[in-house]
Write a protein that binds this ligand. Structure first.
Ligand code: PLP
Length: 393
């Protein structure tokens, strides 16, 4: 590895031959699996090799990214730039504080934590059946009072049920988790409609957290943009970095309105800065990946990349229909939902399933050629199972 600091060069123990062999075998396994990766929303199109020299330093972004720290091996200045970028695309206009997290789950935990501290221990959180499992886990961690709300068939929160659930147990302090792109069906909870429900029921004290783990990096680049950010009245948002952007280390961004975060910070003499994040030590490499991505892309390239995913999704739907398999997508989503079938194929292509549905996500690394290969496989498996049925008769 490149080491720009020769003083740190020391003769260190190396792997023995058998371990090297094992490592190489694992690498070739990964390269094969990476080509059959259509079920999860993680882009594999990136190259951060210019950043490799960073791996030689004990970088740690501990503490508040906007404050000086006594731990100098940090990438706080780059982290700040990334956060400013996300403020822009979420229409926050410098009104937020945030940091780079370990992923969507931590961003959701932070948003929900800030919501709980702002609304008080007896606040109730409302979230839909289609919410990501991290919401349920975070509710347990925070010991929040909760109310599950029904979803519509497309995965979007049922606004009538939300109103009903609030009415039967009138409560002054409410936290709402709005899904900006549900994990399975890619449905978007309309924050404006949620706010209309709250207004009608004369709820004044509320906090809305937006879980935009996947769609936070899609919606801003659509041909017809969908409002989902702070301009819709949310109070915090979580967006993943390893999904639409792509990163070899999971990461994410969390932004929270500044007015809520002030009372949460603790000054820590040991690190010479404020401790206002969920974890203490924080990854200082992942902010560099995100920084690299935003420095090497612009609105135009991201719009093009996004459009390609939607085009491929429509192509996938057409291919499913040609085989007589029901497939659809939500209007602002390129997650293709289809009827669960061909179990061996789903495992081979790392396709996620839920009850009787499955989904396929044509992320930027998915080409028409890979899609055709998938459908070739699918046709074969369907053919085989029909032959087996005939033989069975
Ligand atoms: C992926 C995802 C999460 C969780 O993100 P992690 O980075 O896996 O912790 C949360 N919510 C939604 C909607 C997601 O798609």
């Amino acid at each position: 590895m490149i080491n720009p600091t020769p003083e740190l060069n020391k003769k260190l123990p190396k792997l023995v031959t058998s371990d090297k062999k094992r490592l190489n075998e694992f690498l070739s396994y990964l390269s094969k699996q990476a080509l059959h990766f259509m079920g999860y929303p993680c882009s594999e199109v990136y190259d951060y090799s210019e950043l490799l020299p960073l791996f030689r330093y004990s970088i740690n972004n501990i503490g508040d990214p906007f404050l000086p720290s006594n731990y100098h091996l940090n990438t706080h200045h780059f982290e700040q730039e990334v956060l400013v970028y996300f403020e822009k695309i979420t229409k926050a206009q410098e009104s937020t504080w945030g940091y780079i997290t370990s992923g969507g789950t931590e961003g959701n935990l932070y948003g929900m934590y800030v919501g709980r501290e702002a609304m008080g221990d007896d606040a109730i959180i409302y979230y839909s059946e289609d919410s990501h499992y991290s919401i349920v886990k975070n509710i347990r961690i925070l010991n929040l009072k909760e109310q599950l709300v029904a979803s519509q068939k497309n995965g979007e929160i049922d606004y009538q049920d939300l109103a009903q659930k609030i009415m039967v147990a009138p409560h002054k302090k409410i936290i709402i988790n709005a899904n900006i792109g549900t994990t399975m069906k890619g449905a978007i909870d309309d924050v404006k409609k949620i706010k209309a429900v709250l207004k009608k029921l004369q709820i004044e004290n509320y906090y809305i957290h937006a879980d935009a783990a996947f769609f936070g990096m899609i919606l801003p680049f659509m041909a017809t943009p969908v409002a989902f950010g702070f301009d819709t009245g949310i109070d915090s948002i979580a967006i993943s970095g390893h999904k639409m952007i792509g990163s070899p280390i999971p990461c994410g961004v969390c932004l929270v309105k500044k007015k809520y975060t002030r009372q949460l910070a603790h000054s820590v003499q040991y690190i010479g800065t404020l401790d206002n994040t969920i974890t203490g030590s924080r990854n200082g490499i992942t902010p560099m990946f995100l920084w690299y991505f935003i420095r090497t892309n612009n609105h135009k390239t991201l719009a093009k990349r996004t459009q390609q995913c939607f085009d491929n999704a429509d192509y996938v739907i057409k291919c499913f229909k040609n085989l007589g398999i029901n497939a659809w997508r939500n209007p602002y989503s390129f997650i293709v939902v289809f009827d669960r079938c061909a179990p061996q194929l789903l495992r081979r292509w790392q396709i996620a399933t839920y009850n009787n549905i499955a989904h396929l996500i044509p992320m930027p690394h998915i080409s028409k050629r890979i899609i055709d290969e998938f459908f070739g496989d699918l046709e074969q498996e369907i053919g085989n199972s029909q032959k087996e049925k005939k033989v069975g008769k």
